[in-house]
Design a protein around this ligand. Structure first.
Ligand SMILES: [Zn+2]
Length: 418
């Protein structure tokens, strides 16, 4: 891949990015200040706040900082200029994990009890320092936020490029082809920018507190340093600052495991306005060697009633796929209930409720044997955007990362923004 791919759309893109970052050279500094620009080029990747979902709204957590560290008081009005927040303390490296918890409006870190504010940032010294949270290690900083009822939430504050190493290694295997890893790095970087934009637009009012992404499948999977290796690191470094845009704008370039043959328009899966050309769905044809290209799953009638949380319903007469996308995935499901009106729901909601690791996609046929509904399906995931297993198939046929992205996101463009 060429390491710099700047096309004519970059000026428009810059406007879009500047809007997101609030960092144009003139005019007021937006409350969403993310990173600095010099002239028209972004100097460095933004910092992200990634919620560690396993440690969201919990009583306590075990952490260990392997180097001397500073504690800052987090002040939301200072946004992401983290090191300009008031500094509270210098601490030496921890020799063993300590418990963090929240009591009487103060965060406590280990014993003897050290009491800090209700929202703090731990900033280790040194480039290669790690913060251990539970069994995982994280680069960057750790924010500990006190919540009502003495609960805490933990957020990893990390620069985008370091974060991406963790995402690519969590979303794909280190042993996957380099082309796949690079395509994934670009997609994950672009998705992160999209989420920054969304969290900025949402502001702080609709959330308990401000973070950009979660570390699970509802954003993109991120397990810190757990699975990282030289190939994933290289894929991120080689694509540094490169993102994918449509019509000079960042878009919701989501991805999934296995499309089963054809991807779907984003609006048919999740609702919303008509899909842009890049998210309209395409014939994949490269994922037929995937483990879950075909699968089966069975559920009893009672299981389905319970998992869908259907109140006052004893029996399901039938489950019908009432609309289907161009890729063959069901997009609307109708449950026929005896003595009651039909229940109609988005097929993707149905899939998530029945467990996305069992009912792996919405591209299925249903047969019924006595009390059991048997699903025979294809693919894994929501089927919108890049098919990860398909990138593997394309890599094996010598397609390059940019060709892979052009295939899965038609009419998109690749730009380098820092
Ligand atoms: Zn596919």
């Amino acid at each position: 891949m060429k390491d710099t791919i700047i096309n004519k759309t970059w000026i428009l893109l810059l406007i879009s990015v500047s809007f997101i970052c609030g960092c144009v050279a003139t005019g007021p500094v937006s409350p969403f200040y993310r990173y600095e620009t010099k002239g028209k080029v972004l100097i460095s990747p933004p910092y992200l706040q990634v919620l560690l979902t396993e440690y969201n709204n919990v009583n306590s957590a075990l952490i260990k900082v392997n180097s001397p560290y500073k504690i800052y008081s987090y002040q939301s009005e200072r946004n992401n200029k983290f090191l300009s927040h008031p500094q509270l303390s210098n601490q030496s490296a921890m020799t063993e994990p300590v418990m963090v918890f929240y009591s009487r409006g103060k965060i406590n870190i280990g014993k003897p009890v050290g009491l800090w504010n209700d929202d703090i940032i731990i900033v280790p010294s040194g480039e290669n320092s790690l913060i251990q949270v539970g069994k995982r290690n994280y680069r960057g900083y750790l924010r500990i936020k006190g919540l009502p009822d003495n609960k805490i939430s933990l957020v990893n504050i990390i620069d985008l490029e370091s974060y991406l190493v963790g995402v690519v290694s969590s979303e794909m295997d280190e042993n996957w082809p380099q082309e796949s890893l690079e395509a994934q790095a670009i997609t994950a970087r672009s998705f992160a920018f999209y989420r920054i934009k969304q969290s900025n637009l949402a502001g702080n009012q609709t959330r308990i507190f401000d973070y950009d992404l979660t570390d699970d499948v509802f954003s993109q999977v991120y397990r810190g340093e757990e699975c990282t290796g030289p190939k994933t690191r290289q894929a991120v470094e080689k694509t540094r600052g490169i993102i994918i845009v449509y019509d000079s704008a960042i878009f919701n370039c989501i991805f999934h495991s296995t499309c089963g043959g054809h991807t779907e328009p984003i609006n048919m899966v999740f609702g919303g306005p008509d899909a842009i050309p890049s998210l309209k769905g395409i014939s994949c044809g490269f994922c037929n060697q995937a483990k879950y290209f075909q699968w089966q799953a069975g559920y009893s009638q009672e299981e389905i009633i319970k998992m869908l949380n259907l109140k006052n319903i004893q029996a399901i007469d039938d489950i019908l796929i009432t609309t289907t996308g161009p890729g063959g995935h069901g997009t609307e499901i109708t449950l026929k209930i005896s003595g009651s009106s039909d229940i109609i729901m988005q097929a993707n909601r149905f899939r998530l409720a029945l467990g996305p690791n069992k009912l792996r996609s919405t591209n299925f046929r249903i047969t019924r044997r006595d009390n059991v509904f048997q699903f025979t399906g294809r693919g894994w995931g929501h089927a919108v955007g890049m098919c990860q297993e398909g990138t593997r198939g394309m890599s094996h046929q010598n397609f390059r990362p940019l060709q892979i992205l052009e295939h899965y996101y038609p009419e998109s463009k690749i730009v380098k923004i820092y």
